[in-house]
Design a protein around this ligand. Structure first.
Ligand code: NIG
Ligand code: FE
Length: 434
């Protein structure tokens, strides 16, 4: 461990993790998101140690070297030392797709689906996304902030240290701004990192029924400028799908987002196929879901840094037999990520380990591929790979400690939460709890 040197230790907090059974560094010399065979390279160090100072990772190496290091020996009393006892440590998960601003579970939809109704039939009958709107419109910003904070705490307990958070259940200027302001207020209270996304184009609200063109005008000309002016979002997302927004409407919204300096991403191919070419021109950070994609589009996608983000929690919860064809994407050289899609309608889970487990069993991704897709490629999907997603000197000190002795156990223990501790921007969540 060739560390640090005089890092001004007196004022800065320092944490040293030692006796890490397997440290998954995800380090890389190559540029760009992980693709193909490279997706499985985890950069594992056995018997490892990590030193974090002032919210950053300062050095990574073996426990033996760390304990012999003269600087560390001298400063040991000022350093919080965590003995990981052979547990696995990896970069905190980067959950690059969540809808966490909502107020109620959608239990009627749940029962209707069990009785045989499809996601689209439920939406047409007034359930679905539209049925979450009333709750958000009526809620105060303070109440939404508290709900989001509780969700963020739960995410951290499951090993997630960076999360993308979408609006999209307000669908009026006032309620979308309120949702994004609640995200901002909660983010300030949480030691992890929140990336806000404006999803005004989640669904055409009931008052614009049959007038989707007018609603898109409102999104582009009223909501988007207000969001950009208040710096409330980094990304603009669109639910591009039959029954929601067409590819042409998505392109219009993307163009407006670009005009206001905001990056774009889209829900794409969840229920039906949309050709990628016209939307790739806007350099989206990610296309999410991707259950229905034309194979002919994969080579062009592989030439870009647009990440295909799979959200198998939605396939599971909607009871679908079909999952995204992950192998085809990986073999074509497309950069893929995994996310929870946490939301009350299609994916009420915030467990990245569960998303990984589904990716392994239903999409035939290997455990190693699932780890990279849930960390470094999630960071690429949020354009944060310079700071997040791997355990390397200079990156943010975001780590998850799992009470397992082999990383493959993370997706293996179905629906279990073996996360024993997280460190977010250098702040440990407490004591090891497993
Ligand atoms: O990603 N598809 C659009 N948005 C969500 C579902 C949201 C909802 O049903 O409330 C999704 O699956
Ligand atoms: Fe979604």
């Amino acid at each position: 461990m060739n560390t640090h040197r005089k890092t001004g230790m007196r004022r800065i907090s320092a944490t040293l993790l030692v006796n890490i059974g397997q440290l998954l560094t995800l380090r890389s010399a190559a540029e760009g998101p992980r693709r193909g065979a490279f997706l499985s390279e985890l950069g594992i160090i056995q018997d490892a140690a990590v030193l974090c100072v002032g919210g950053k990772i300062v050095s990574v190496g073996s426990t033996k070297d760390a304990l012999r290091d003269p600087w560390l020996k001298k400063n040991r009393k000022k350093i919080v030392e965590i003995d990981c006892g052979g547990r696995v440590v990896l970069p905190g998960f980067v959950d690059s797709h969540t809808h966490l601003v909502f107020t109620h579970a959608r239990l009627v939809d749940f029962e209707k689906r069990i009785a045989g109704a499809s996601y689209e039939e439920i939406a047409e009958a007034g359930g679905g996304i539209r049925s979450s709107i009333d709750g958000v419109r009526k809620a105060s910003k303070a109440a939404l902030t508290q709900t989001i904070l509780a969700t963020l705490a739960d995410l951290a307990r499951h090993g997630t240290t960076t999360v993308e958070a979408k609006s999209g259940y307000g669908l009026s200027l006032e309620s979308e701004l309120k949702s994004l302001e609640a995200i901002r207020a909660a983010a300030r209270e949480w030691p992890g990192t929140v990336i806000p996304t404006f999803l005004g184009a989640h669904m055409v609200p009931a008052e614009y029924r049959g007038r989707s063109r007018e609603y898109v005008d409102v999104v582009c000309n009223e909501m988007l400028p207000a969001v950009a002016k208040r710096k409330l979002a980094q990304f603009v997302d669109v639910f591009c799908e039959r029954g929601a927004f067409s590819a042409e409407e998505t392109a219009r919204i993307f163009a407006a987002a670009k005009k206001h300096g905001l990056a774009v991403r889209a829900h794409l191919g969840q229920l039906s196929e949309t050709r990628l070419g016209p939307l790739l021109r806007y350099q989206p950070a990610s296309f999410d879901h991707m259950d229905h994609v034309n194979d002919a589009d994969l080579p062009a996608l592989a030439q870009t840094d647009t990440v295909a983000t799979f959200v198998p929690g939605a396939n599971y919860f909607l009871g679908l037999a079909r999952y995204p064809k992950a192998r085809r994407f990986i073999e074509s050289g497309v950069a893929v990520a995994l996310a929870t899609d946490y939301n009350p309608g299609s994916s009420p889970t915030l467990s990245m380990a569960m998303a990984m487990s589904l990716a392994c069993t239903q999409m035939k991704m290997s455990p190693a591929e699932a780890v990279a897709a849930a960390t470094i490629n999630g960071a690429w999907a949020l354009r944060l790979a310079d700071r997040k997603g791997s355990v390397e000197a200079g990156k943010d000190a975001d780590l998850a400690v799992f009470a397992v002795s082999d990383y493959r156990e993370i997706p293996y223990w179905v629906s279990a939460n073996r996360c024993a501790l997280t460190i977010m921007n250098g702040v440990p969540s407490g004591q090891l709890c497993w």
